[in-house]
Design a protein around this ligand. Structure first.
Ligand code: XMP
Length: 318
């Protein structure tokens, strides 16, 4: 596609010109926008780009390893992996209010990112995967925008204001970002990932959070996502995930009575994330998801499927 190749060539030249021999920092989230921005900037300035990936402990199963492999090894991006799992867990201990959890996660993210970015000597630019819809709706807290940006929106003005901003995707719509990503060689499945909220699994574990619940939810969610891909359904829905309820119910396994958590499978179809309908999956697909999660994930003995539309429900449960 000549238009995309033109866009890439033009943007690479602009980045080179603007950055010169300075260093650029970028918060890599594993999402589409920050990943495409990172690979594009890396194409322009190579190792002058230093990415920071913060593992909050609230990410999807094996997310940190996958990002290091997909972008560190495969694209040779410089990525500093920050293991902040314990810090986030300590701050969240005993907290069950959704907005309070959001605030804590957002604030802690800014603190960790700020700390790490100032350890990188001589960095002059802060790159972000801001895309055109983010620019229009820049006052909105929600929305499937760059994780860094939404964290900042939650946490207030970032201290990184002493960096100059670099936003090479500012003029692009989501589908254009995906095309640029593919043109840059990022695998199709990575540029077509669903959006993932900044607070991550922190708002998909209802009520208070602990490591055991995170592990249970990661396993269940991973099975659902794997089956969506296997059945060619992943790209037919806009966002799909599992929610862990703080509710235990009675079940039976073999000849043992069980008393374990209930999980909810959620999948939404939407174009703008302002309104959405639940995905009308075949019963057999849902049956298989339920069987697999209950059989394979210790700690869950019951699955419900969320059949609510937005509005009046929201896509997330918190
Ligand atoms: P709701 O649940 O409001 O979600 O229907 C609409 C879209 O926004 C995402 N979302 C968030 N994204 N920080 C984010 O970065 C948040 O706090 C947040 N809350 C919701 C949600 O995943 C969906 O794509």
């Amino acid at each position: 596609d000549w238009k995309l190749t033109n866009y890439i060539d033009k943007t690479v030249a602009e980045i080179k010109e603007k950055v010169g021999d300075q260093k650029v920092i970028l918060g890599l989230s594993g999402g589409v926008d920050s990943s495409v921005a990172a690979v594009l900037i890396h194409k322009a300035i190579g190792n002058q780009l230093q990415c920071i990936f913060v593992d909050t402990g609230l990410l999807r199963k094996d997310e940190a390893e996958k990002v290091m492999k997909n972008y560190g090894e495969h694209f040779h991006l410089n990525i500093k992996l920050i293991d902040a799992k314990e810090r986030f867990m300590a701050k969240l201990k005993g907290v069950s209010d959704p907005e309070e959890k959001r605030k804590i996660i957002g604030n802690e993210f800014v603190v960790v990112f700020d700390e790490e970015s100032h350890k990188i000597e001589g960095a002059k630019f802060l790159a972000q995967g801001t895309i055109y819809p983010d620019v229009i709706e820049s006052q909105s807290v929600k929305g499937p925008s760059a994780v860094i940006k939404s964290h900042h929106n939650v946490g207030g003005l970032p201290e990184e204001m002493d960096f100059e901003l670099l936003e090479p995707l500012r003029e692009l719509f989501k589908d254009e970002v995906r095309k640029v990503g593919e043109e840059l060689g990022i695998p199709h499945h990575l540029v077509h990932r669903h959006p993932f909220p900044g607070p991550g699994l922190g708002i998909r574990i209802l009520g208070d959070i602990d490591e055991e619940k995170v592990k249970i939810l990661q396993e269940a969610d991973d099975i659902f996502i794997e089956e969506l891909y296997k059945n060619n359904l992943y790209e037919k829905v806009s966002q799909a995930f599992v929610v862990l309820l703080p509710v235990k119910s009675v079940g039976v396994m073999g000849d043992e009575r069980t008393y374990e958590y209930t999980a909810v499978v959620r999948s939404a179809n939407t174009t703008d994330f302002m309104t959405a309908t639940f995905s009308k999956f075949p019963w057999e697909f849902l049956e298989n998801i339920s069987n697999r999660i209950i059989n394979e994930v210790k700690g869950i003995n019951r699955i419900a499927y969320d059949i609510s539309s937005k509005p009046p429900a929201t896509i997330e449960w918190e």
